[in-house]
Write a protein that binds this ligand. Structure first.
Ligand SMILES: [Zn+2]
Length: 298
């Protein structure tokens, strides 16, 4: 793979061998949150707040080490509750030489009201000292996305355009990046989580955990080729032991070290086929491309 210096923002871009075209982008994100999942399966199962934060912290430590080893850049959608409990970890993400992004996953993982949009963004900015421009709603719940721009967000990644039995049916939603409102400060760019063209084979964390790896890689390549980018996400708690919690087998399977090894092998494979980017940087690039194509048409 040749590395060529260009004048595009002073960064170098990798080119496919023999073809003068940049590699597609890989957008990897983690939803950093209190481990409240056992509560979904009966409120009596909800661990203490301290345990919820501890599980998230152990997983996040494993994830950051994995990204350091592989040299991969990522976006961390973080709840304000988790960030307030572990500000030093959120600063470590924001100050990483890999140039990770911190974005908002709302105030608390188990509730949502519209004012959480603004107050979580402000809380995260205070901790990191950097602008926070992205949002993902916990559990991909519906909300009025017209409120995003007013709360200072530039993009949203709260769509998983698949059918997930018992959760949501988003089969009719757009599969790739789109815009709500005009290009400019009044609108917001939506970056749905990736699913394959046609059948919408899912590529989010549960699919990564259970799919045969050859099939998951095939679907990833299909998306990279068709869309020019791949948007996938995980949770730090997947990367630590979940023994002792009453959660279904589909969530418990391949937890902890097995997931670390699985993701590490996949990221090394993906690194040869795509350039990792944050969702914030990708959103800006996508908006610029849209603006340029409008310009050409007029
Ligand atoms: Zn979440």
């Amino acid at each position: 793979m040749s590395r060529v210096n260009t004048n595009l923002g002073g960064t170098s871009i990798r080119l496919r061998p023999g073809i003068a075209k940049p590699l597609p982008k890989a957008l990897l994100s983690f939803d950093v949150e209190e481990f409240d999942l056992p509560g979904e399966y009966g409120q009596g199962n909800l661990p203490s707040e301290e345990t919820q934060i501890d599980v998230g912290t152990r997983g996040l430590t494993a994830v950051l080490e994995l990204l350091d080893r592989t040299g991969v850049r990522a976006t961390f959608f973080t709840t304000a509750v988790f960030a307030a409990a572990r500000p030093e970890m959120i600063r470590r993400i924001a100050e990483s030489p890999l140039r990770h992004e911190v974005a908002s996953h709302g105030w608390s993982h188990s509730s949502f009201e519209e004012r959480d949009l603004l107050r979580s963004r402000v809380a995260l900015q205070q901790i990191t000292g950097k602008p926070v421009t992205g949002f993902r709603r916990a559990r991909f719940g519906e909300f009025d996305r017209r409120a995003l721009a007013a709360a200072g967000y530039r993009y949203d990644s709260s769509d998983n355009p698949i059918w997930l039995p018992g959760r949501y049916n988003n089969f009719k939603k757009p599969r790739t990046a789109y815009r709500l409102g005009d290009l400019g400060s009044e609108g917001v760019t939506i970056l749905p989580v990736s699913a394959s063209p046609l059948v919408r084979y899912p590529l989010f964390w549960l699919s990564f955990k259970h799919s045969p790896m050859a099939l998951y890689r095939l679907a990833s390549q299909w998306v990279l080729r068709e869309d020019g980018y791949l948007n996938i996400f995980f949770h730090p708690w997947e990367f630590t032991s979940l023994k002792g919690f009453k959660i279904p087998f589909v969530v418990r399977r391949r937890a902890g070290e097995k997931m670390v090894a699985r993701l590490e092998a996949y990221l090394l494979w993906l690194k040869e086929r795509a350039d990792f980017d944050t969702l914030a940087d990708f959103a800006v690039r996508w908006e610029n491309q849209q603006a340029l194509s409008l310009f050409k048409k007029s």
